[in-house]
Design a protein around this ligand. Structure first.
Ligand SMILES: Nc1nc2c(ncn2[C@@H]2O[C@H](COP(=O)(O)OP(=O)(O)OP(=O)(O)O)[C@@H](O)[C@H]2O)c(=O)[nH]1
Ligand SMILES: [Mg+2]
Length: 791
């Protein structure tokens, strides 16, 4: 059956569309394996995966999507969400792991739960880390035997295989391609004979009639003819709807009402503080009107109120308005219903009442859960406002693009570190830049020995980017005149002002490719194309320029505001635990001796078991953005953020030598699993309160996407600042940590990574959803060299 599912999929799409879930306990080498497949010539540096990574690669005639799920046992209950019929599982084992028994137990658990719920296409078990010196034939044999012991009971129902080629290693890459081909072959084991009669023979549904653009335009024409007059008075129309006095209520009417309500919402600036807020506001108004209509005229219309479907259509109309409004401004359109019909003609797909089929499966969309709550699509992601194209959460890796970006960003990062030094020391710019250039040159030579895809050192490129970064910094200073760049990391700038230093391919505006990459440019600085002047000041752009097309400004705190908050948070005293709202004790197993202890921040002499702290874990508050006041964040939200950061930070080791993979991974998932309170915001009194039954908060509705995101952001920033790449071993303070990662003090940071529709959906409460605006990855590359040595 599993092979049949794969077979059918390939028939529909042309290429095989395969999925493989990579499982195994923490530090087994899953992420290293994934990125070795994607970037075979790179040295892969990972950090513990909090949540998951997903990449699509090509294997023969298949697009194989690999899901690498963080390995800590705490994520177990969430893993089942990533199972799907016909998929493969690759279980990665570190054959040297002192926790091998735990790993084997995990293998048994995962395979039994996967086979119980789904039809698994193939299971591969990879005996990893065979590059390590104490790898012996006996050790391999012992592992193989243990795996066989677990898997033998599945032989009759499941295709499985052990990958154990000599020297198999995610780090060196030996045998990695064979594993990929093994998965491909495993999934291709059986192809049904299309001629053969079978009881199982699938009933392939005939596709719906495909509507052409002409069909859709005809529908618009007919709508204009029949409804043009009634639509002339939108307010009267809405009143009639509310009172159940409409003659008809069909698809065109839906679109018209959505469009009118959206226009009304957009006129009110308080409803437009975030990019998708107008959609949520319009959906509420729409449903209110609909319910009233159904109540006033019972039995007259067939419809019921359906939150997901209404959100889908309102969002589609909103997107259409985005695409349409810009040129419309110039052509001085005014009045209804022309405004509406023009918008439709620009976006005729809206007239296809079955448009939702591209995004949702029928069973899922018409489930009770989707009726009452907003759920995210299960077929493909909704298009994003920014591009109009579906968001690419599960995107293939564009290696070439990655290389180009890497080259540009590496030099931008270098330029930033150089200019930070100039500003901090007030030294002569020329001297420092000269010294930094020679360091960049030497470092490039060293790195090219390891990574041949890195572009050679180029004096022109270095000078170009240093000027652009300087211009960006001047732009930021115009906005935040007292800013001290020494306290702001490159990463913070990049998150808050992604365009401050220009797109990575900005150089194309100034140089022809041959000049930019040519030999002459390497040796000496060559000037840009005729008529092009490199700017000395760039207005620092705030997030996602396109957001502003139809919404007013999102409040993004300035760097001063963030510094102010960082100071507030560092000196914030976490409230004493309220005995009535004690959290449930964690059920984690004890840590091993090396990692079982850490220094609690405010009690220097006391060494505490992590276990105890976890049990005491205070309840963390997550801002519920939909309920936030419209005004810029006030002290209440700072306080929420302070408690959140303190809770996670207090669990982390306070000296760098204690930072290790398993420890961090364990802390991360303890935090994700801690029952964080669901707070409700009272907009009248501007206070937050806990619902009375907080102590019984079920693990299912526990905001896992929000928790995972914040834990991930804090821990990743922590590792990047003090972890694997740092050579110093210093005492770590919260103040130092926050001053280097100011973006963490911004409670709406999630908006950089997630669309609001995704973030606020009930689906995000129940499972960890991947970022659909900007990807996070648990591999590090660009951060490797910062701050620049010697500066
Ligand atoms: N020697 C050796 N080390 C490896 C190999 N694969 C991974 N490692 C190292 O093991 C550590 C953990 O690797 P990851 O790939 O991050 O492990 P993971 O399974 O993704 O861990 P989680 O994300 O916590 O689930 C890193 O230090 C890797 O460099 C291997 O084949 N050989
Ligand atoms: Mg990982």
């Amino acid at each position: 059956m599993a092979a049949l599912v794969n077979f059918l999929k390939s028939k529909i799409v042309g290429r095989h569309q395969d999925r493989c879930l990579i499982l195994g306990i923490d530090a087994a080498g899953k992420t290293t394996f994934l990125y070795k497949c994607v970037l075979p010539y790179e040295t892969i540096t990972t950090i513990p995966t909090i949540g998951f990574n997903v990449e699509t690669i090509k294997v023969k005639d298949s697009d194989l999507t690999l899901w690498d799920v963080g390995g800590c046992d705490k994520i177990r209950p969430l893993i089942r969400h990533y199972f799907s019929p016909g998929m493969a599982i690759l279980f990665v084992l570190n054959i040297h792991d002192e926790r091998l028994a735990e790993a084997m137990e995990e293998l048994g658990y995962q395979i039994s739960s996967a086979t119980r719920d789904f039809d698994i296409g193939f299971v591969g078990i990879m005996l990893n880390k065979q590059d390590l010196p104490n790898t012996t034939p006996e050790l391999r044999e012992k592992c193989r035997k243990e795996v066989e012991g677990i898997m033998s009971s599945y032989t009759s129902r499941l295709k499985w295989r052990i990958f154990d080629s000599n020297g198999l290693s995610s780090v060196t890459g030996t045998g990695v391609q064979d594993v990929l081909h093994g998965i491909y072959d495993g999934l291709r084991g059986w192809v049904p004979d299309p001629q053969a009669e079978s009881v199982d023979k699938p009933v392939v549904a005939l596709p719906d009639v495909i509507l052409t653009r002409d069909d859709l335009l005809k529908r618009i024409k007919s709508l204009r003819e029949t409804k043009g007059t009634i639509y002339r008075y939108p307010d009267t129309y809405l009143d009639k709807m509310k009172n159940g006095k409409l003659e008809t209520w069909d698809h065109g009417d839906h679109l018209f009402v959505a469009s009118v309500i959206l226009h009304k919402v957009l006129e009110d600036p308080s409803q437009t503080t975030t990019p998708q807020q107008p959609v949520f506001a319009a959906v509420d108004i729409f449903l209110e009107h609909l319910l009233s209509m159904l109540q006033e005229a019972p039995g007259k219309f067939r419809n019921t109120a359906h939150r997901t479907l209404t959100t889908f259509w309102v969002y589609q109309v909103y997107l259409a308005m985005h695409r349409f409004e810009e040129p419309a401004k110039k052509s001085a359109l005014s009045g209804w219903p022309e405004r509406f019909f023009f918008m439709l003609e620009q976006n005729p797909d809206l007239m296809n009442g079955r448009l939702w089929q591209d995004y949702y499966s029928k069973n899922y969309l018409f489930s009770p859960k989707a009726k009452d709550n907003l759920v995210t699509p299960d077929v493909q992601h909704l298009p994003s406002i920014d591009s109009g194209k579906p968001t690419t959460q599960v995107s293939g890796y564009n290696t070439k693009r990655l290389e180009e970006d890497y080259n540009a960003r590496r030099i931008k990062r270098w330029a930033y570190a150089t200019l930070q030094t100039v500003k901090a020391t007030n030294a002569r710019r020329g001297l420092i830049v000269k010294k930094a250039l020679s360091e960049l040159q030497q470092d490039t030579i060293r790195q090219r020995a390891k990574s041949p895809t890195l572009e050679p050192y180029s004096e022109t490129q270095a000078y170009f980017w240093i000027q652009i970064v300087h211009a960006g910094m001047e732009g930021i200073l115009k906005k935040s005149p007292t800013l001290d760049f020494a306290r702001v990391s490159y990463d913070t700038i990049e998150i808050l002002y992604p365009d401050a230093f220009g797109q990575d391919d900005l150089w194309k505006q100034y140089y022809a490719e041959a000049d930019w990459k040519g030999l002459a440019a390497r040796v000496n600085f060559i000037p840009p194309k005729r008529g092009k002047v490199i700017p000395n000041f760039t207005p620092a752009l705030v997030l996602e320029e396109n957001w502003k097309l139809a919404v007013s400004e999102v409040h993004i705190p300035t760097l001063e505001e963030l510094t102010q908050r960082a100071n507030y948070i560092s000196s914030y005293e976490v409230k004493k635990e309220d005995p009535t709202t004690e959290s449930t004790p964690s059920s984690s197993t004890p840590m091993d001796v090396h990692t079982g202890q850490f220094r609690e921040e405010d009690d220097d002499d006391d060494w505490v078991e992590v276990q105890d702290i976890t049990a005491k874990a205070s309840q963390v508050k997550i801002s519920e953005p939909e309920r936030l006041p419209v005004e810029p964040a006030g002290p209440q939200t700072w306080q929420d953020q302070a408690e959140l950061i303190h809770q996670v930070f207090n669990k982390l080791p306070k000296t760098q030598s204690q930072i290790n993979h398993s420890f961090i991974s364990r802390i991360a998932y303890d935090q994700v699993n801690t029952s964080w309170s669901r707070l409700t915001y009272d907009p009248v009194n501007r206070t937050w309160s806990r619902p009375p039954n907080t102590t019984q908060t079920s693990q299912i509705h526990s905001q896992v996407t929000k928790k995972t995101f914040w834990v991930r952001m804090i821990i990743e920033a922590y590792i990047d600042t003090y972890g694997v790449f740092s050579e110093l071993d210093i005492e770590i303070s919260l103040q130092d940590f926050l001053s280097k990662n100011l973006e963490l003090c911004w409670e709406d940071l999630w908006m950089v990574y997630y669309n609001e529709l995704t973030w606020k959906s009930v689906t995000a409460d129940e499972m960890i959803l991947g970022c659909d605006r900007k990807q996070l990855k648990s591999v590090r590359r660009w951060k490797e060299r910062a701050p620049w040595p010697g500066l």
